[in-house]
Design a protein around this ligand. Structure first.
Ligand code: BGC
Length: 371
């Protein structure tokens, strides 16, 4: 039985959209969280999924503004990208700190605090969201061409390289959710027509992207599964909540097929309490339940014929809202290692609240269940 009235759920959807718009910077960037000391930056990963929710909710202008901000950030680094790609082509060693960052200042700068910066998933995700948004709302792609081309070149050259994962950890591994985001981005553009019905990518990039796609698919199929499910990283056996994105919405694997089903079951069985853990062994604020991942589980459930479960996730997320209607990044009710909470609280204060990505994923799930 639902614990939160439908009218309250709808109000939380509305206030989430208003909150996201209120915090969107005049540049178009979305800060990860307006209140948390190290989250007043815009991450391509968080931002792309926030723009995706805004696009789905019909807030077309907000999504356009974020996507144009991404294009400007990438266009400003076109020289850096072509230089990196050329060096990689010559077989030169490139350090991780020479690669593009994972988060930017709201006005599109690099930021000067040290961070676990080298992450590739956001570059695939922005391409995927851009293509879905422009198709959904009939938007023009012309202005995005240079940024699309640079992103494709970057992902073709580096898409398989080990990097930090969605949680900014384990840079030594190739993470299946990261490879899946890269794959989803490349697949979204490789055969896409532009608004004149011509191929969006030139022939050389189409060939290179096709080769990358084949290689990424082969890698995931050969080393990214164990016991019939996708794994957190190549060669591993454990699951991670971020793998849900490989099912819904990226469809890296058939979301209705046996590999997706086993992945869903393993994530649910290992990581679901009331909400979903990132992974077993997480110690960030003790490793609590994450709202975005709970929404993700529900999103996949809604798309695979499990509407009751999906509604239960929506309810659970809404029940975590503060009295001001703010959704945190995670909650600590069933924390894996409560003894770590104090360490993080002393370092950066309480859990990030509101987290714009939590609000966005709540909106996405609410729309998916037809609220
Ligand atoms: C999470 C990232 C997220 C960032 C900003 C980190 O704690 O691990 O996935 O992009 O916060 O929200």
């Amino acid at each position: 039985m639902p614990t939160v009235a439908r009218s309250d759920l709808r109000m939380l959807v509305e206030s989430s959209l208003t909150l996201i718009e209120a915090h969107q910077h005049s540049s178009g960037a979305y800060p990860a969280s307006p209140n948390y000391p190290v989250y007043q930056y815009s991450w391509l990963r968080d931002g792309a999924f926030i723009a995706d929710a805004m696009s789905r909710a019909g807030r077309v202008d907000s999504a356009d503004r974020f996507l144009r901000w991404c294009a400007a950030v990438i266009d400003a680094r076109a020289g850096q990208i072509s230089d990196l790609v050329a060096r990689a082509g010559r077989g030169e060693e490139i350090r991780a700190d020479e690669m593009l960052p994972t988060r930017y200042t709201l006005d599109g700068g690099d930021g000067d605090e040290p961070w676990w910066n080298f992450q590739l998933d956001g570059y695939g995700t922005w391409l995927w969201v851009l293509m879905a948004h422009t198709a959904r709302h009939g938007r023009q792609l012309d202005a995005y061409r240079p940024a699309i081309a640079s992103t494709v070149d970057y992902l073709n050259a580096f898409g398989e390289r080990p990097c930090y994962d969605w949680w900014e950890e384990h840079a030594e591994h190739q993470h299946v959710a990261t490879l899946g985001a890269v794959l989803a981005g490349l697949r979204a553009v490789v055969h896409a027509p532009d608004e004149h019905g011509e191929p969006l990518l030139d022939a050389g990039r189409t060939r290179a992207a096709t080769t990358s796609i084949d290689a990424l698919e082969a890698l995931i199929a050969s080393r990214g599964t164990a016991d019939g499910h996708l794994t957190k990283w190549l060669g591993g056996t454990a699951v991670d909540g971020s793998l849900l994105a490989c099912l819904t919405p990226f469809e890296v694997v058939d979301p209705h097929g046996p590999l997706a089903e086993r992945t869903y079951e393993q994530v649910r069985d290992d990581l679901l309490r009331g909400g979903v853990y990132r992974y077993l062994g997480d110690t960030f604020y003790g490793g609590g339940e994450w709202l975005i991942l709970t929404a993700w589980l529900g999103w996949h459930e809604a798309r695979t014929g499990r509407p009751d479960e999906a509604l239960r996730r929506l309810d659970w997320i809404a029940a975590q809202a503060t009295p001001d209607g703010h959704l945190p990044e995670q909650v600590s009710g069933s924390t894996q290692y409560p003894e770590y909470i104090a360490e993080w609280t002393e370092r950066w204060g309480p859990v990030a609240t509101p987290l714009l990505w939590s609000h966005a994923m709540f909106v996405t799930l609410a729309l998916e269940v037809g609220l």
